[in-house]
Design a protein around this ligand. Structure first.
Ligand SMILES: Cc1cc2nc3c(=O)[nH]c(=O)nc-3n(C[C@H](O)[C@H](O)[C@H](O)COP(=O)(O)O)c2cc1C
Length: 401
């Protein structure tokens, strides 16, 4: 875990003293750990203990003038790969599930974009309460990982489930997170994302509502898992993930040139951009003026088909396409898979509410060359990205490729 950047979130359970041990072992293994405490956690162990062991300042108060001026919760959240909340109280689980942010830890959690591992600990009655069960279900459905508590003697004197998982179990889970993270070491990814803008005149363009979130999530996860990543992106409002080689573009033509230029130096091409299919035949040099009630007829011509061009060059790369469809999802995706000689296609129904273009979650179907169809459940785009990368990894390892 050398140089692994971890935030250890501590909330106010009796097991806080075990968080001290978790911190000590993480530091011993070379991890760079920042501790963030809920307002109540300091009732059990002082921030000073965590500060001394981590060698880093501990973020524990929201309204400290220095922390507030530095927007500490955003800064800590931006710089970490994994947030481990141990122990997680029933109250903290509730806040996380419902987006409440009234202390340092719950604020940081909301600002954090990386993976989250939660180790709950509480009295067995609390653990079994429907409110706690529902909160855990909600957090799991958003892709958060859990290390469930153990059965045993609890601080309140009863025996049952609720005792914080053994430190070694939590450590193992953290280790496997970082080991898995390096499974794409040495692989070179070329990812496209976002929409394209096809200009009509100097102030207008044709485009689509793609936010770029899916492609950016793929680029970020490929990088986090050790891959080398070039991200070619149409115009979006997203910040490029750190460590990726970012190449911005506007039009389908520009995107095509960049893809063809970078293709030679990649092992895997993932075309998740929503590339415009048509562009105006003529680009007006001056802004087109409105002429009373007269309409405007635009002649559109097809843009270059990037994937078809890639297929024709036949460079032997593993190629993944995306199909955003509003009808006959699987049939249309299969047709595209064959026509463009793809290894995998990711199809999603953009007409379904809550998924697709702008949202943070997606529900996709992955189809491979042998027409194996895998319907994935609704998941955050980051999890979809990881699952897709898992499929790509097993294809790369398969002897037939
Ligand atoms: C001695 C003591 C031990 C506690 N242990 C736990 C615990 O193990 N798990 C839990 O969920 N709450 C426990 N609580 C209750 C929490 O401290 C309480 O819900 C608190 O508001 C949680 O604050 P936080 O989640 O913001 O850190 C305990 C309270 C006391 C007084």
């Amino acid at each position: 875990m050398k140089n692994a950047k971890i935030v250890l979130g501590v909330s106010a359970g009796i097991a806080v003293y075990k968080a001290v041990e978790i911190l000590r072992l993480l530091v011993k293994e070379g991890a760079d750990v920042r501790v963030v405490m809920s307002a109540n956690a300091g009732q059990f162990v002082t921030p000073l203990t965590f500060e001394a062991l981590s060698g880093n300042p501990v973020y524990h108060t929201l309204f400290d003038s220095q922390n507030s001026a530095d927007m500490e919760h955003i800064r800590v959240a931006e710089n970490a790969d994994l947030l481990v909340v141990a122990p997680a109280t029933a109250s903290m689980l509730g806040k996380m599930a419902h987006g409440l942010a009234d202390d340092a830890l719950s604020n940081l959690y909301l600002a954090f974009k990386g993976s989250v591992l939660i180790a709950p600990a509480m009295n067995e009655g609390m653990w079994g309460h429907p409110a706690v069960r529902e909160n855990i279900g909600l957090l799991k459905s958003r892709g958060l990982e859990f290390v469930d508590p153990e059965y045993g003697e609890l601080a309140c004197g009863v025996t049952g489930p609720g005792r914080l998982a053994d430190t070694s179990v939590i450590l193992e889970k953290i280790r496997s997170f970082f080991n898995q993270r390096n499974d794409l070491n040495g692989m070179r990814f070329l990812v496209t994302a976002g929409p394209t803008h096809e200009p009509i005149d100097p102030v207008r363009y044709l485009s689509n509502p793609s936010s770029g979130k899916m492609g950016y999530a793929i680029a970020e996860q490929a990088k986090t898992r050790g891959g080398e990543v070039v991200l070619i992106s149409g115009p979006t409002s997203l910040k490029p993930p750190s460590g990726v080689n970012f190449k911005p573009c506007k039009t389908a033509d520009e995107m095509n040139s960049l893809v063809q230029e970078c293709l030679q130096n990649c092992d895997v091409l993932i075309m998740s951009a929503a590339v415009g299919d048509f562009s105006p035949e003529k680009l007006e040099k001056e802004k087109i003026k409105k002429q009373g009630n007269e309409g405007l007829v635009l002649k559109l011509v097809p843009t270059k088909d990037i994937l078809l061009e890639v297929a024709q060059r036949n460079l032997g790369k593993l190629v993944v396409g995306f199909a955003a469809e509003t009808q006959n999802l699987v049939e249309s995706a299969l047709e595209k898979l064959k026509k463009k000689n793809l290894d995998l296609i990711v199809a999603n129904d953009i007409s379904a509410p809550g998924i697709g273009f702008q949202s943070d979650s997606n529900q996709v179907t992955i189809i491979d060359r042998d027409e194996n169809i895998e319907n994935l459940p609704l998941k955050p785009k980051r999890d979809i990205a990881d699952l897709l990368l898992d499929r790509i990894l097993s294809l790369l390892k398969s002897p037939e490729l």
